[in-house]
Design a protein around this ligand. Structure first.
Ligand SMILES: Nc1nc2c(ncn2[C@@H]2O[C@H](COP(=O)(O)OP(=O)(O)OP(=O)(O)O)[C@@H](O)[C@H]2O)c(=O)[nH]1
Ligand SMILES: [Mg+2]
Length: 221
């Protein structure tokens, strides 16, 4: 049907631009993450914590994706690292073309870790490769423990699930074992980290995982 075909063509075009982006990241050995979650799970908070802790050992650069405002880029700018805000003006996800359009703002020879914070949405971003090495999906305690089974596509292609806001566990009926089991049923290769961007709990495991990925990328032939 025509509608399906148009969508297929859009995705094909996206994939070829994503590959061009990936070629740039690979050529410069920049480890790149596509960070995705529902609105407000804590993506920018994670970035703030990560930059604050790792900026002396890794050169980090960021894209912020949002429908409107430069709020998130302003939060990242305070750390004096390269950041660009993409406003999608209504679109519910970033696509490879939007990312391609801002890559000229960065010096990838001087970058170890590139994080693309996608638009807050647990559905649309899953369909669009941006050229990343890994997809990281965040869920947070107040959202409830049914997110993996309700939005499986996002988890299928992810490498990592971050379960954020564990400082709020005591105030909810969130079932940690269920979330982990459901996520691993969808994708047995997932790394899962329990974290709190508020208290810092669990973040060291995330930092170690990131360090290891950056190291592997540098060592690639
Ligand atoms: N209690 C608690 N609050 C948190 C934690 N992490 C983030 N928050 C709060 O959650 C709210 C949303 O955090 P953001 O980092 O802006 O979330 P986001 O995913 O970037 O949001 P969008 O970009 O709008 O999708 C803020 O008020 C944060 O302070 C956490 O671990 N615990
Ligand atoms: Mg944000």
């Amino acid at each position: 049907m025509a509608k399906v075909k148009v969508f297929t063509n859009i995705l094909k075009a996206n994939d070829s631009i994503a590959q061009k982006n990936r070629d740039i990241f690979n050529k410069n050995k920049v480890y790149t993450i596509n960070l995705m979650s529902s609105p407000g799970s804590g993506k920018t908070s994670l970035l703030e914590r990560t930059i604050d802790s790792l900026k002396n050992e890794l050169k980090i650069a960021v894209i912020e994706g949002d429908l409107q405002t430069t709020n998130d880029a302003e939060r990242i700018e305070k750390y004096n690292i390269p950041v660009t805000q993409i406003n999608t003006d209504g679109a519910c996800h970033l696509d490879a073309n939007m990312v391609d359009g801002v890559l000229g703002n960065y010096n990838f020879k001087e970058t170890d870790l590139f994080v693309i914070e996608n638009v807050g949405n647990l559905v649309c971003p899953a369909g669009f490769d941006l050229g990343e090495d890994d997809r990281v999906v965040m869920v947070s305690i107040p959202e409830g423990d049914d997110k993996p089974i309700k939005y499986p596509v996002m988890f299928r292609k992810a490498s990592v699930v971050l379960i954020n806001k564990i400082d709020l566990l005591a105030y909810t009926n969130f079932n940690m074992d269920k979330v982990k089991k459901d996520a691993l049923n969808i994708n047995p290769n997932l790394e899962i980290f329990e974290i709190s961007c508020q208290t810092g709990e669990g973040l060291d495991n995330w930092f170690d995982w990131l360090r290891e990925q950056v190291r592997k990328k540098r060592d690639e032939k």
